[in-house]
Design a protein around this ligand. Structure first.
Ligand SMILES: [Fe+2]
Length: 323
């Protein structure tokens, strides 16, 4: 079985890095650092960056980075991919320097996204300094958060990430209100998910806060421009995250959450989930018939009185006494 430590970073092509600077810093509370090539590096913890933004003509996912268990782990994965006849590329010294990793290899998934595999990232010299006083992000060994891609090639993409890349299935829906598969690499319930949709792209990125109050405060900020809210406050049925979503400058959504569930990866059995949310999460972007289906799922959950436990752990880099 292939072992990954975490989904450690993502890269975004961005039309409007000025808007991103404000959104990531003033709204999300990330530390915004100017990159060497005119882009932005977004810090969420002591890593040098968790999200890299490069100026571009269109908004898109540029790459995602899966961390291997050191150089040895990277060699095992490289040998596996070569054995499968995949077109594996070596990352250039410049790319490794930009990602602040010792080495990386990459290949393309069926939708054309660049999937990177890297080892031994370096931490920043300076401790994480959020742009406004927040209690930090729940990252550390759990990775940056989660990435959800929408795709027209659901079956191929699912097979690629599960069979070829070796992510592990957490759970899946039966297509109501949409077809989705959730995958993990560590105790975070999912680091990557796929949703069947009528166009490809990023569906959303989730970043998790150590404190519910920071999510509540973000909601206060978002309510000043209600049109910015893409999905209202709610709680997910599978990862139990308490969250809401806003539209990012890239056009896709950012889920801001708290208290995501941690799973025991050795004992976990994939399961069919009854729907995406326990309560809330009104999705303005769904067509009316799918919104009605989502509403029916919530009503059933309410009739059954479904309640889920809340287990709160915080990123080890951030402690209550730090805020
Ligand atoms: Fe999510």
């Amino acid at each position: 079985m292939i072992e990954y430590k975490q989904l450690g970073y993502i890269g975004l092509s961005a039309c409007d890095t000025t808007a991103w600077r404000t959104f990531a810093g003033e709204y999300l509370g990330m530390q915004v650092v100017d990159g060497s090539t005119g882009g932005l590096a977004l810090r969420m913890d002591d890593r040098r960056q968790r999200i890299l933004l490069e100026p571009a003509q269109s908004d898109a996912l540029a790459f995602l980075g899966l961390e291997t268990a050191g150089r040895e782990g990277l060699e095992v994965i490289a040998a596996r991919f070569k054995g499968l006849g995949l077109d594996v590329q070596q990352g250039s010294p410049g790319e490794c320097a930009q990602r602040h990793v010792e080495e990386l290899i990459w290949l393309r998934d069926p939708d054309g996204y660049r999937v990177e595999f890297y080892c031994n990232p370096t931490d920043a010299d300076e401790p994480f300094l959020p742009a406004r006083p927040i209690g930090g992000f729940r990252t550390g060994e759990l990775g940056f958060g989660h990435l959800v891609l929408q795709t027209l090639n659901f079956k191929e993409m699912e097979e690629f990430y599960l069979q070829t890349i070796g992510l592990r299935l957490s759970d899946y829906t039966d297509g109501t209100p949409f077809r989705a598969s959730f995958m993990h690499v560590n105790p975070r319930h999912h680091s990557l998910a796929l949703i069947e949709f009528n166009r490809p792209g990023i569906h959303h990125i989730m970043v998790e806060y150590n404190f519910i109050d920071d999510v509540g405060r973000l909601y206060d900020m978002a309510l000043k421009d209600p049109e910015s809210i893409a999905v209202t406050l709610g709680r997910h049925a599978n990862d139990h995250v308490f969250s809401f979503y806003t539209f990012s400058p890239g056009g896709f959504m950012i889920e801001t959450g708290w208290a995501g569930r941690l799973i025991d990866v050795d004992k976990w059995e994939p399961e069919l989930i009854y729907g995406p949310s326990i309560w809330g999460h009104e999705r303005h972007w769904l067509p009316p018939e799918r919104r009605a289906a989502a509403q029916a799922i919530l009503e059933t959950a309410a009739e059954k009185g479904i309640l889920e436990p809340t287990s709160v752990t915080r990123s080890p880099a951030f402690k209550l006494e730090d805020v």
